[in-house]
Design a protein. Structure first.
Ligand code: UD1
Length: 417
């Protein structure tokens, strides 16, 4: 099994180009299932979750072809509606094919993704909302077996809780439903806006009518397009934190700084100097790191996907900090590993108290989930000496070429088998 070997502590300096967004690419790839057309998607990140989604599409009958920097999704002969456990178990976003398959074929059998290490992550909100569009479903041996014999019908749906995945599944499904749908209490993550831009580009009729409400008039025909996916704001945030923590000087490029305003403001408060340009953010880590009180929240709040990374930075603050994790119930698995490196973090339910002024010591470490893995790299980048990070397959699910990108800006990091 592959591992990462990291020698700290070097300042990171130079330029990093941010890849396309994994979490925007996944629903957009799923949404191509709305028609039998050919679509070109640009800027897909080269990460495992995207590979898995492409294999899932192939298993449904799509033909996938690489064409320069574009990927062609050709659905001319796509006609299967079964998404197997083997493909959905490693990547929860597999559930996003349910909405488009039901909209187009009136039936689908999709493996339920089940729980995962960061929490229960049920799909009840997806299913209840789809049933309002006329879907009948049962769960049998871990599969959602769903049918809409008379096709999907537009409806008014208020989500009981803000869910990124459920908002995406329903926006995609309602786009082909008969009549008008109004979805409220929607997630408004930038990746959802990107999905909506893609859907509009293929001819869907979607309009935001208030901050968290969207009106969708079902259409019966969609067109082909070429669509470039937005940048990965979580990858961008991770590199900004990496610069702050190593007191380095990084130019994080190919991004839209407006989208990560919350993160930029927090890093400024923590003590980093930041210069915002049109498509770039330059960060210079400050000498002193100030303590903070942070709570994760749906966009535009602080993202749960950066919680583990900012926690590592706060270990270096001048005083104690707190983090409240308000999205997932079990997202502190990195704490035990960070404490093995000398951190002093205690947790109580969804709250973590992080003592400051920590010098991380190198260690052999175990990655537990995607964002936890990267937090261990960040800690290792500041620990004087050699750290080894095991189980990096988690990391490869969501970070493109991480060791190459870090090496280019001065980190001593290599992949070993
Ligand atoms: C997406 C992101 C993930 C991010 C998360 C929150 C993708 C591929 N993944 O995950 O990186 O951490 O948003 O920003 O985009 N919930 C239910 N029932 C449901 C659905 C969700 O109870 O049917 C709960 C979840 O357990 C969680 C909360 O709602 O506590 C938010 O989850 P959700 O926004 O749906 O996350 P995902 O779409 O799975």
């Amino acid at each position: 099994m592959q591992k990462l070997e990291v020698f700290g502590a070097n300042k990171l300096k130079g330029k990093v180009k941010i890849s396309g967004s994994k979490n925007a690419s996944l629903p957009i790839l799923a949404a191509t299932l709305l028609s039998s057309k050919k679509n070109y998607i640009k800027n897909l990140p080269k990460v495992k979750d995207i590979e898995t989604m492409l294999i899932l599409l192939e298993s449904l009958g799509s033909k996938i072809k690489k064409n320069g920097n574009k990927i062609l999704i050709d659905n001319t002969n796509q006609n299967k509606t079964f998404a197997s456990y083997n493909l959905v178990k490693t990547m929860r976003a597999g559930i996003l094919v349910l909405g488009p398959l039901l909209a187009r074929f009136k039936e689908a059998k999709v493996s339920s993704p089940g729980g995962c290490s960061i929490g229960l992550r049920p799909i009840d909100i997806h299913l209840k909302a789809l049933s309002k569009l006329g879907v009948k479903y049962k769960i049998n041996q871990g599969y959602v077996i769903a049918r809409a014999p008379r096709g999907l019908k537009g409806a008014k749906i208020r989500f009981p809780k803000i869910s990124v995945g459920a908002t995406e599944n329903l926006i995609i499904a309602a786009s082909l439903a008969k009549g008008t749908s109004i979805l409220s209490n929607c997630a408004i993550e930038p990746e959802i806006k990107d999905l909506v831009n893609f859907l509009k580009q293929i001819g869907c009729n979607i309009k935001w009518i208030s901050r968290r409400s969207v009106k969708i008039k079902g259409v019966n025909k969609v067109y082909e397009t070429t669509f470039p996916v937005m940048f990965d704001r979580i990858e961008a945030g991770t590199y900004l934190i990496a610069a702050a923590i190593t007191k380095g000087n990084l130019r994080v490029q190919n991004i839209d700084p407006k989208i990560i305003k919350t993160e930029i403001d927090i890093l400024k408060k923590i003590g980093s100097k930041i210069i915002v340009k049109k498509k770039e953010v330059q960060i210079m880590g400050g000498k002193n790191i100030k303590n903070m009180k942070i709570k994760t929240a749906p966009y535009p709040g602080f993202p749960t996907d950066l919680q583990a990374q900012i926690m590592v930075l706060l270990c270096k603050a001048n005083k104690s900090s707190t983090i409240k994790e308000d999205i997932f119930e079990n997202r502190f698995m990195h704490v035990a590993e960070l404490n093995r490196m000398g951190a002093k973090i205690s947790t109580n339910g969804n709250k973590a108290i992080i003592k400051g002024n920590i010098n991380f010591a190198p260690a052999e470490l175990m990655a537990t989930d995607l964002r936890a893995s990267v937090s261990l790299i960040l800690a290792a980048l500041t620990a004087k000496g050699k750290s080894i990070i095991n189980r990096i397959y988690h990391l490869d699910r969501g970070y493109e070429n991480i060791e190459k990108k870090l090496k280019k800006v001065g980190a001593k990091i290599r992949r070993i088998s």
